[in-house]
Write a protein that binds this ligand. Structure first.
Ligand code: AMP
Length: 219
């Protein structure tokens, strides 16, 4: 099964992808996570990517294309994958089409998480994750059950993304509208775009996605 989750920053793509990964045994591929690993490597390419990310802009289609093309060759993608944060531009969507065609694969669904953008900035600036296992939290809506302790692994260290500040988030939202939203009609024309209400509870959004997967015969 090959899925794309689309939506603006903070729509819940990462959280839903990781639930689907667990439920269906298909790999979550987050280009944002891949880039953060590249930044952590401290290489000149990583430093270049960090500057672009901290400015709320998109890194080059060329770099992203190479990362994805290499990543889908890994054995853990053999059962399929969920693309989280990719494609983000029309050239990236075209590149993905070519890649899948070359591999004899096809997309099962492109799922758009529709959200009301008014609350997104607040949602994003309050989110953080466990430094050890990556479990996602939100200081307002989903704090750890025990203050300062990860529910999933017990770690007491947490991280907050450097691009999750108000100024950068507003630029990321602008980049979404200018560069990413045009891929919605691209997929609608191909008949693969499915919309779900991303403002519902986490569980309700997952159930809507499961209903889409059943409808398109992807499970
Ligand atoms: P995300 O974790 O998906 O919110 O991505 C964080 C940042 O990484 C974005 O604001 C972009 O700067 C960069 N990024 C992630 N995925 C892509 C992509 N597919 N194309 C270009 N830039 C990306």
């Amino acid at each position: 099964m090959i899925l794309i989750l689309l939506g603006p920053p903070g729509a819940g793509k990462g959280a839903q992808s990781s639930i689907l990964e667990e439920r269906h045994g298909i790999k979550q591929l987050s280009t944002g996570d891949m880039l953060r690993a590249l930044v952590a490597s401290g290489t000149p390419l990583g430093q270049e990517a960090k500057a672009v990310m901290d400015a709320g802009q998109l890194v080059s289609d060329e770099l992203i294309g190479k990362m994805i093309a290499e990543r889908v060759e890994e054995p853990d993608c053999a059962n399929g994958f969920i693309l989280d944060g990719f494609p983000r531009t029309v050239p990236q969507a075209e590149m993905l089409d070519r890649l899948l065609t070359d591999k004899g694969l096809s997309l099962h669904a492109v799922i758009e998480l529709e959200v009301d953008e008014d609350g997104l900035v607040d949602r994003i600036v309050n989110r953080f994750s466990c430094a050890k296992c990556g479990a996602l939290y939100n200081a307002k809506s989903k704090p750890p059950k025990v203050d300062g302790v990860c529910d999933a692994c017990g770690s007491t260290e947490f991280t907050h993304r450097s691009d999750d500040n108000e100024e950068t988030v507003r630029k990321r939202l602008a980049a979404y509208h200018a560069q990413t939203a045009p891929i919605l009609p691209y997929y609608a024309e191909r008949g693969v775009l499915q919309k779900v209400d991303g403002m519902a509870s986490m569980e309700a959004v997952t159930e809507q996605i499961e209903a889409v997967l059943a409808k398109v015969g992807a499970k």
